[in-house]
Design a protein around this ligand. Structure first.
Ligand SMILES: CC(C)(COP(=O)(O)OP(=O)(O)OC[C@H]1O[C@@H](n2cnc3c(N)ncnc32)[C@H](O)[C@@H]1OP(=O)(O)O)[C@@H](O)C(=O)NCCC(=O)NCCS
Length: 146
């Protein structure tokens, strides 16, 4: 069964292990710091006992920045990212968030397409932002309260 649950600060290990197997974005220390922040919400999408995706958002007044969004490699391109993103949008709408913002590498074709699919628009570019010299695209999506 598919479920989405908010992750608490006791779950550093789960997040770090998932991240190590997917995009290796943060160290255990960075996950500890992230999960400690009161402004941050982290969600996991699971199928039975297997973690399929994790996302982290940081709430700043009426905006939410997506700091982390990743789907387990084995489960990509099967709609699970869409499921998690729809949930995130719903939660943000309930919290009266007006805008979702994120940064994505210009070279990350899958993620760019994924965010375009959800009508995130590019609003800026940070030149040579990443270690590999690639540019970061700043993207945002305006949320309309239903
Ligand atoms: C980006 C990511 C989260 C997408 O998750 P996913 O579960 O594979 O996405 P979905 O199956 O829900 O795909 C939804 C749509 O996104 C786009 N998309 C997703 N993966 C794609 C790929 N590899 N190539 C092109 N388009 C892609 C397509 O439009 C797709 O719709 P379609 O399958 O009907 O064509 C996943 O590839 C991932 O975890 N990547 C590594 C982490 C990452 O880069 N995160 C973003 C950092 S900012």
């Amino acid at each position: 069964m598919l479920s989405i649950k908010e992750i608490t600060k006791d779950n550093v290990r789960l997040c770090f292990e998932f991240d190590s197997k997917t995009i290796s974005l943060w160290s255990a220390k960075q996950w500890t710091e992230e999960l400690k922040k009161k402004s941050v919400k982290v969600f996991k999408l699971s199928l039975l006992n297997e973690v399929i995706g994790i996302c982290a958002i940081e709430l700043v007044i009426d905006e939410a920045q997506i700091n982390y969004f990743s789907v387990n490699k084995k489960f990509r391109r099967k709609g699970f990212g869409t499921h998690l993103m729809r949930y995130l949008i719903k939660i943000c709408e309930e919290l009266n968030i007006k805008k979702l913002i994120l940064e994505v590498s210009e070279t990350n074709y899958a993620a760019k397409n994924f965010y375009n699919h959800f009508q995130f628009f590019t609003v800026g570019i940070r030149k040579k932002y990443y270690k590999d010299g690639s540019d970061a695209l700043l993207k945002e999506k305006t949320l309309i309260k239903k």
